[in-house]
Design a protein around this ligand. Structure first.
Ligand code: CAA
Length: 260
């Protein structure tokens, strides 16, 4: 499949999706969104692919936000009637049940920061910069920033970031729990691939189940989340991979996963 604004490749069971508009700092135009929807759907549908990485091309940006040039002349009625930004959550986050990692290689601003936070977790290069600068454009986050950033780093820091529009560097982002780990810039893709390959080596149904459980912690009360966790755990105990995983442990060998 060839695209205009993104690149896709596979490395074993790992899919790598790269936003490829380096001259525009990988700004998220409607074409990027449409192509990412297709690429994530293709990843989700391909049983040979077990973990994905999303990154940006070039050394400067993961994505510097929604495409300001595309939005500048658009009328409010169009934003509302198109449910602008609605597809990111409904067609990428909700439909991608398999895991994916954001490998943030530079600016992740506005929609870029919000897209990174849609991933299951973020690995950042030491030159990464995160921010929600929409206030400087007279608007506010529209792809989840006010919600996901606040859940990730807490009210005080999130409020300060949104109200000042300042950028947060990689070290502060790790300290604030926005990212899982920071690695030297040149090692970013190798490290992301290593982590993705580890995940891809896990029993695939258990991977989806673990993702669903952790996500439910953001969407439910503790009591509801604990019930979801227990029920999914109980369902997994009926899987062939549970039998294989426990036998493999006892026999001191690697598991041979069926994915069911
Ligand atoms: N949309 C469209 N084009 C963008 C862009 C964006 N979000 N960010 C950068 N670009 C373009 C620039 O216009 C420039 O294009 P030209 O060469 O044609 O002039 C090119 O990318 C390089 O950018 P700069 O020359 O500005 O590069 P810099 O190194 O001087 O600055 C930057 C880098 C600080 C990231 C700066 O580009 C910047 O502030 N970008 C905008 C960041 C922003 O406000 N993002 C939020 C967008 S709104 C949003 O995302 C809404 C939402 O909640 C979903």
């Amino acid at each position: 499949m060839s695209y205009e604004t993104i690149l896709t490749e596979t490395d074993g069971a790992v899919t790598i999706i790269t936003i490829n508009r380096p001259k525009a700092l990988n700004a998220l135009s409607s074409v990027v969104l449409a192509e990412l929807i297709e690429a994530f759907a293709a990843y989700q549908a391909d049983d040979s692919q077990l973990c994905a990485i999303l990154t940006g091309s070039g050394d400067k940006a993961f994505a510097a936000g929604a495409d300001i040039k595309e939005m500048s002349d658009k009328a409010a009625a169009d934003f509302y009637l198109e449910d602008f930004f609605g597809d990111w959550t409904s067609k990428i986050v909700k439909t991608t049940r398999k895991p994916w990692i954001a490998a943030v290689n530079g600016f992740a601003l506005g929609g870029g920061c919000e897209l990174a936070m849609m991933a299951d977790f973020i690995i950042a290069s030491d030159n990464a910069k995160f921010g929600q600068p929409e206030i400087k454009l007279g608007v506010a986050p529209g792809m989840g920033g006010s919600q996901r950033l606040t859940r990730a780093i807490g009210k005080s820091k999130s409020m300060e970031m949104c109200l000042t529009g300042r950028m947060m560097g990689a070290e502060e982002a790790e300290r604030s729990n926005l990212v899982a780990k920071v690695v030297p810039h040149d090692d970013l893709i190798a490290e992301a691939k290593k982590t993705a390959a580890t995940i891809a080596g896990m029993p695939p149904m258990a991977t989806i189940a673990n993702k669903e459980m952790v996500n439910s912690a953001f969407e439910m009360t503790l009591d509801q989340g604990l019930i979801v966790e227990r029920r999914i755990f109980q369902i997994l105990t009926a899987s062939e991979d549970k039998k294989e995983g426990m036998e493999a442990f006892i026999e001191k060998r690697e598991g041979n996963w069926k994915g069911r």
